[in-house]
Structure formats: C-alpha cells, structure tokens
Design a protein around this ligand. Structure first.
Ligand code: NAP
Length: 380
C-alpha cells in the first residue's frame, strides 16, 4: 500500500485551505471529502456576504467550488467517502516506506496512521488533518425528520425568507437561538422562542433585545414534543394569527389541554388555560403546528406555526476518531492553544470540529492554514 504524506478528512473551508497549502508545498495531499455532502455547511447556504474578497457576496456552493478548484489545481486528490476509523499502526514493516527514510537511509521514526473508509478502502498516511466540522443537533421528536426542509430548518439565514408573514418557532436558549429568533422577526408575522428551562444560556444583551422586540415571544420551561404537518387551509396572516379568546403575545394560536393555568412565558406573563383552536387539517407537505409541554407543570398544548427553526447547538463530527485524540465532554477535539496539534503526534485538527465559539467560514479557513503549516513542520 502506498504511504501518503498527509490525508485531510473533511471538505469545508478548513479542509480545502489545508489542501491548498499542502499541495502548493508539494506534499500531494489526499482529501476524503465525505460521501454525501462534500463542501460542508456552506453548501446549504445562499449568499455569503462576510467572506473577505467578495464585495458583492458569493453563493456558498460557489465559494466551495472555487476552493475545491484551487486545491485541485495544485494537485490535491479527492476521495468522495466517509472515514470510519483512524488508528496508528504498530509498525511500518508492510508498507511502501519511500517516505520513511532519507536517501542516506536515516529513519524519520514517525508513526503511520491507517484510515478505513466506508467503502472498505484503506489509506495509510504519515499525518492526518481532521477538518470534519460539526452537524446541527437534532431535537429527536416525531415529525422533525419528516418535515426537515419543509418547515423544519437548522439555518435561519438560509430559510427565514420562506416564512414571510407566517408564524415561526425557534427552539433553543443559547446565543444561536436568540440570534436566529431576532433575525427571523424580519420575516415572520410572529416569532416564538421556546426554551426548555426558565434560565437562558444566551448572553443578557441578547435576551434584553429579544424582550424589547414586539414580534418576539419567549416561551420558557417548555419543550417541543412533536411536529405536525399538512397543507394549511389558508395562508396564515398576521391578523388571523391572534384570534384566540385571550390573545397571546406575539399572535400565537394556542390550544392548551388540561387544567386552567397556563404555560409560563419568559417575561413572567402567563397565558390563560382552556383555549382551543384547531390546527390546519394535515394532508401532506409542510409544518402546520407543534405539540408542547410545560416542563414545570407538565401541562401540554399545541401551537400553530409554519416553521420550526432548531438552534440547540452543534455536535462535532469526531466520533470516528474513537480515543485516538483527546476531546472535551461534547466531542470537540482539543488542540494546543492557538495551534492545531492534538494530543496525538501527527494528528492535527481544524475548523468547527475544534471551534465551538466562532464557527465562521473565514475562521475555519484560517485554522486550516495553520493545520497545513503544523503538518508540514511535523513532516519536515
Ligand atoms: P449553546 O450555547 O450550547 O446553547 C444550546 C441551547 O440549546 C441551550 O440553551 C440548551 O439548553 C438548548 N438545548 C440543547 N439540547 C436541547 C434539546 N435536546 N432540546 C431542547 N433544547 C436543547 O449553543 P449555541 O447557542 O449554538 O452557541 C454555541 C456557542 O456559540 C456559544 O458559546 C455561544 O455564545 C456562541 N455564539 C455566539 C453568538 C454571538 O455572540 N453573536 C451567536 C451564536 C453563538 P440548556 O440551556 O438547558 O442546556
């Protein structure tokens, strides 16, 4: 088997940037791009307006195509598969060892990593760059998967536009949920942010902004238990969205089962119990409403909405690494400060699988550059 200098796992901005640097340095990197969604999260984005060098913006897929073309031009090889495991081999005796020794026969003594792909193919490399990004955390409730792309979304900037003048729900209590909810008030007739606890994880300023926004309602101590769909009987409008006998803030239609009382609102208000309005009759198609439950009282109810934006954090795509490198409790790969070296010499990591804070295309690309330079120094 041919021993490669370096394999890059993942094809987002971090991976492509590492590939551009390593291929320009003559190291002939191999990139395992992912079997289903090469290009990372930007492939699901529309206009990218904050990537430097594009004053008129650029479409996410076009940006990723350009990065790929640049890496290809300098000799990166692409394999459209998923990596299932990475292990360090005990010895290199069964390998083509042309990378292992200098012309004078001096051994570099570097370990070799074996990557197993979902196709069963194996790749051996002297260094590995992990740039696998992260995936949106899912709610895991009935209807979520079925209506994904039909009212269930994980990206307000991608999909908010489709819900102009319609009621929108955002789930989550962190900065992402608040940022998305505030952004979505530009489009929706109302936006309801639903959070499972009474305290918000988001920064105080975001919560203040949300409270000051008349279109936004905070529904705390509440979980979504199911998402329903169908073809709405009529397109909801801002005016017909507030026809309950005790109008709820934000123009919600609520149908609270159980005893009088009410789901608690984040601003300390309560909605009177016993309201009953039917959801649109489901036939097929798109989100029409959700089931909710108050986590304090146990009271259940339904809420009419055309969209559910899930913003409950991300899960780094690092499970395939097993115990090869140190990770934090959430699975993010730990690196040495501003560098990209992991706990395992020869394995480097960059982008959203490391970074739980910035998560930007440009910050991932910058980290991909650092990973390439770190790997080059390691291999030298
Ligand atoms: P996060 O801070 O981890 O918040 C995730 C939220 O989702 C939490 O409120 C959590 O509830 C809730 N949650 C998790 N699993 C859930 C489930 N199964 N069902 C219901 N709710 C669930 O994630 P994030 O908001 O994506 O933010 C990530 C990082 O990026 C943070 O450091 C954040 O400050 C940063 N960020 C900053 C900005 C900004 O400054 N403009 C914008 C976006 C993100 P609990 O609170 O109960 O755990």
């Amino acid at each position: 088997m041919t021993l490669r200098h370096v394999v890059i796992i993942g094809s987002g901005p971090a991976g492509y940037t590492a590939a551009i640097y390593l291929s320009r340095a003559g190291l002939r990197p191999v990139m395992v791009t992912g079997a289903l969604t090469p290009g990372g999260q930007l492939v699901n984005t529309t206009e990218v307006e904050n990537y430097p060098g594009f004053p008129d913006g650029i479409l996410g897929p076009d940006l990723m195509d350009a990065m790929k073309a640049q890496a290809e031009k300098f000799g990166t090889e692409f394999i459209p598969s998923d990596v299932e495991s990475v292990v360090e081999l005990p010895s290199t005796s069964d390998l083509d060892t042309d990378l292992d020794t200098d012309a004078d026969g001096t051994s570099h003594g570097k370990p070799t990593f074996r990557l197993t792909l979902d196709t069963g193919e194996e790749l051996d490399a002297r260094a590995v760059i992990v740039a696998t990004g992260s995936t949106y955390r899912k709610l895991g409730v009935p209807g979520e998967e079925k209506y994904s792309g039909h009212g269930v979304s994980y990206c307000a900037t991608c999909d908010g536009f489709f819900f102009r003048n319609k009621p929108i729900v955002v789930v989550g209590g962190g900065d992402s949920a608040f940022e998305e909810a505030l952004y979505l008030t530009r489009f929706g007739s109302s936006v309801t942010l639903i959070h499972r606890r009474g305290e918000f994880r988001a920064s105080a300023i975001m919560v203040e902004r949300a409270r000051a926004n008349e279109k936004l309602t905070l529904l705390a101590d509440t979980v979504v238990t199911a998402i329903h769909g169908g073809v709405p009987a009529a397109t909801p409008s801002a005016s017909d969205a507030s026809t309950v006998s005790a109008p709820a803030p934000g123009g919600l239609k609520l149908n609270l089962g159980g005893p009088a009382g009410g789901l608690s609102l984040g601003d300390g208000n309560a909605i009177g119990g016993g309201l009953s309005l039917p959801l649109a009759v489901p036939t097929a198609g798109e989100v029409t409403g959700i089931d909710i439950r108050n986590t304090v009282t146990g009271e259940t109810g339904t809420l009419t909405t055309s969209a559910v934006f899930v913003a409950i954090g991300h899960t780094p795509a690092t499970g395939f690494l097993g115990g090869l490198v140190d990770k934090d409790g959430d699975g993010y790969v730990l690196v040495d400060g501003a560098g990209t070296c992991t706990s395992h010499p020869g394995v480097f990591a960059a982008g959203d699988c490391v970074d739980r804070v910035y998560r930007q295309a440009i910050s991932a690309a910058g980290m991909g550059c650092r990973a390439a330079l770190d790997a080059q120094a390691y291999l030298a």
